[in-house]
Design a protein around this ligand. Structure first.
Ligand code: PAF
Length: 287
């Protein structure tokens, strides 16, 4: 089936409903485009698990704060559509700002507690923008399953919370982080790094590997793991950490003792680019 591409929410909803009326299951992969292997792993999971796959491509201004990289965020819709088609996507939804936030738009999804820590402490309006657009996408494309990457760990936690709290009938699937050869988690923002920054950007994943090494060596106090991660980051001269934490996978509260509920999380600025990464200590729940 050839790929369809539309900016019209009604067309997307009609297509999804028509497929479901035929008894087909539908997967939704929300993205901001500049598709890389990380996105494609979500697409492949959806294509494998669902009869039809919808990818949304929309750089959502509401999730960027003032002074953040909205303007610099990479955009290449035609190439993304080609890649989507090659990977078995049936429909791309690529709306404009006017479609998503028409004049007079005044309703936002605000979640308490979970959105106030970690990323939320540094980007206070970020999750309000993410949850608003994800909620809108779930309404526009009422799919059976939606696919997110573990790389944006806190995003997966707050999206699951919203789906549960607002009784949204969609199953959230979380797929493992896809990494470059040196361990750097794939992200569209990696393109913004200079060569020297790119070299040092592997300090995030190296810090996580070090935390695992310390943990597997028998240390379960989170303080020791935090210190081990901080030391790796401190050795990269261009790296400035925003936070380096070990938190509970559901409450996002810092833990003192590492169990299989714990996740090491970090956000580090490398030059002007801000990168995040994480590593669950237990089995990472995909459902
Ligand atoms: O993870 C992302 O790319 C975005 O936050 C999402 C989920 C597509 C919402 O804009």
């Amino acid at each position: 089936m050839a790929l369809e591409r539309t900016a019209d929410p009604d067309e997307v909803r009609r297509a999804v409903r028509a497929w479901q009326a035929e008894g087909l299951t539908v997967g939704l992969v929300p993205t901001m485009g500049a598709l890389h292997e990380g996105h494609l792993s979500l697409v492949r999971a959806s294509v494998a698990e669902c009869d039809r796959t919808v990818v949304s491509i929309y750089v959502n201004p509401a999730q960027f704060g003032e002074g953040e990289d909205l303007q610099e965020y990479p955009r290449r819709l035609d190439e993304d559509c080609r890649v989507a088609e090659q990977n078995g996507v049936d429909l791309v939804f690529c709306p404009t700002d006017r479609v998503m936030y028409p004049q007079g738009h005044a309703t936002f999804v605000v979640q308490e507690r979970l959105t106030e820590v970690l990323e939320g402490a540094f980007r206070p309006t970020h999750f309000r923008g993410v949850l608003t657009v994800v909620c809108k996408l779930f309404n526009i494309a009422p799919a059976d399953r939606a696919y997110f990457g573990q790389k944006d760990f806190q995003q997966t936690v707050v999206v699951r919370r919203m789906v549960c709290d607002l009784n949204i009938p969609i199953r959230v699937r979380v797929m493992p982080t896809v990494r470059e050869e040196d361990g750097l988690a794939m992200s569209s923002r990696n393109e913004c790094l200079t060569a020297r920054e790119r070299e040092q950007a592997s300090c995030l994943s190296r810090a996580l590997v070090e935390a695992r090494r310390v943990y597997e060596g028998g240390r379960t106090d989170a303080g020791a793991l935090r210190e081990a991660m901080r030391a790796v980051i401190a050795a990269a001269p261009l790296a400035r950490p925003d936070y380096v934490e070990v938190v509970d996978h559901e409450t996002l509260e810092p833990v003192s003792e590492v169990t299989d509920r714990a996740v090491a999380v970090l956000a580090v600025r490398i030059g002007r680019t801000r990168l995040i990464d994480n590593m669950p200590f237990g089995p990472s729940a995909s459902d």
